[in-house]
Ligand binder design. Sequence first.
Ligand code: COA
Ligand code: AMP
Length: 628
Amino acid sequence: MSDSAGYDAAYARWRDDPDAWWLQAAHGIDWITAPTRAFDAGLGVYGRWFPDGVLNTCHNAIDRHVAAGRGDQVAYLWDSPMTGRKASVTYAALLGRVERLAGAMASRGVGKGDRVVIYMPMVPEAAIGMLACARLGAVHSVVFGGFAAPELAARIADAKPALVLSASCGLEPGRTIAYKPLLDAAIAQSPHKPTTCIILQRDTLPADLTPGRDFDWLTTEAAATPHPCVPVAATDPLYILYTSGTTGAPKGILRDNGGHAVALHNSMAMLYGLKAGDVMWTASDVGWVVGHSYIVYAPLFAGMTSVIYEGKPVGTPDAGAFWRVCAEHKVSALFTAPTAIRAIKKEDPEGALIARYDLSALGALFLAGERCDPPTALWIEALLGKPVIDHWWQTETGWAITGNFRGLGLFPMRAGSGGKAAPGYEVAALDEAGHPVAPGEIGTLAIRLPMPPAALPTLYNADARFRSAYLERFPGWYDTSDAGMVDEQGYVWVMSRTDDIINVAGHRLSTGAIEEVLASHPDVAECAVIGVHDALKGQAPMGLVILKAGVARDEAEIARELVALVRARIGPVAAFKDARVVARLPKTRSGKILRGTMRKIADGEAYAVPPTIDDPAILAELEQLLKT
Ligand code: COA
Ligand code: AMP
């Protein structure tokens, strides 16, 4: 079926009675106490889902499948071109490892509600660590490996973990990243000091363990007593995931247990069209929300096999890597970011490597993390001959806000659109006054409250920041900070962010945070960071700095120092390579830097001279400079 009848009917069913819809979806989950009510508007900031439900997330991911006879099925399939190794972990083996690791953590004092920071490369132990936390009712906070020590320190300081799970190293093409020195530096910088670290020693680069604080993962796990699942309230937190906010301080997105399990389990059939026994491969990283949801949790909620891939789309060893993994492991659904497809397209424009592999098991390609440019979507769709589904989401929502729904019968795709609102979401483009604009007109994309299950109920320890960042601008709505439109047929088109967030290779970065780092350089008087168009990564950060009066040092040298500073403070993930010294920055008469105009100039787009500009001559100066 390629029309919207299935989708329309499902969306109408949700709209007619959201509580009934979600209570029905809750049947997909094993409860210790089944919820009798879907939603309580009187709890929390805007209400809470499944207020009287009690469950355990780890039980739903592992134990129940072993009990149902899936013990011998592979749960995680690890494929690591970085090490040349592959391994599979069955549901039964996974249970054995998770219950022991949970036991090891419990014997070191980790209990329900305690936080555990996880700083790991793409190995099965990253997922094992997350599930062991869920088993104990402990709250994990995974930090992406591409962040430097100060970012890790900021997260440790905020989450105050009792324990840290980490590894001796991560592997990037051409270099080995020693994680332990980064972890040690972060703990030294953080006012909160976790007392225990459990470290996975990897053959490539084992680490020196700090006596009394650090324990070897595998021996600790093997020696531990298995720990049973701890019952938690549906509203108890499962994890905190820090993401970039509009200031340098990251926001701790909170996810609860019940809503998360229900919405993610429901999404596997409804959105991805998958069932128990299928293989899903989400080519992302466990450090991002996409990795949390669709590498670690949702495939297991649905009794599937999930691929954990330690490699890149290109160069490990070539641009056929994705197709090799899909063919070898009979992947039914591949999920990645458009930037990965652009990287493949650049190396293999004719798709010669695609043609080498048997992709008959692959049902569809899902894309998210950034806007997918139509040429990329159309290129890959033509070569694969499978549906290519762009779906829009945020760390905050935990699953797709919009998409196309394989389980409901796909409606026709429109390249450049993220599809239609998922049942569970009412999406509108609002004007400044908070009124929906006419179909096809651009506004701020907003979601009518309440947010669906799995979406954040609040920020960790920061209700006031949650309200001010998301709820106050448009009363009754959640402000996505994305601009775009909803057309006559209900297709949602996400165009750009309305805040200072930029999206670099599907990674979310705050230009404000990069500016804070540049401003800390002793020679910098003032600075601005903008996201300029990048053919591969979508956007790339560019820093423009004004030097303090009297600084007569070599500008190229200063630029190199600025690049190194951002890498040391934020991490390689910032992909900050372009710093330029300028004499002046364009500003309004009230002193606001005109970043939007600068971005247009850098991208060679037409721009209108803002009427409030202090000195229009600066724009011509900038045009000249950015051309070089
Ligand atoms: N640990 C340490 N460093 C890391 C890292 C990690 N887990 N992940 C990335 N980095 C480093 C990279 O090595 C790179 O370092 P470099 O400046 O020395 O080259 C830097 O961070 C920037 O990484 P990235 O922006 O990813 O660029 P890249 O050139 O390494 O790879 C792509 C480009 C497109 C191949 C890559 O971004 C990709 O595969 N993207 C897939 C999209 C994705 O995973 N999105 C997540 C959300 S769905
Ligand atoms: P993150 O929280 O890292 O997942 O980033 C979320 C942001 O990425 C969104 O607010 C959008 O700006 C952007 N984004 C994610 N998916 C899409 C998509 N399919 N289309 C357009 N933008 C997207």
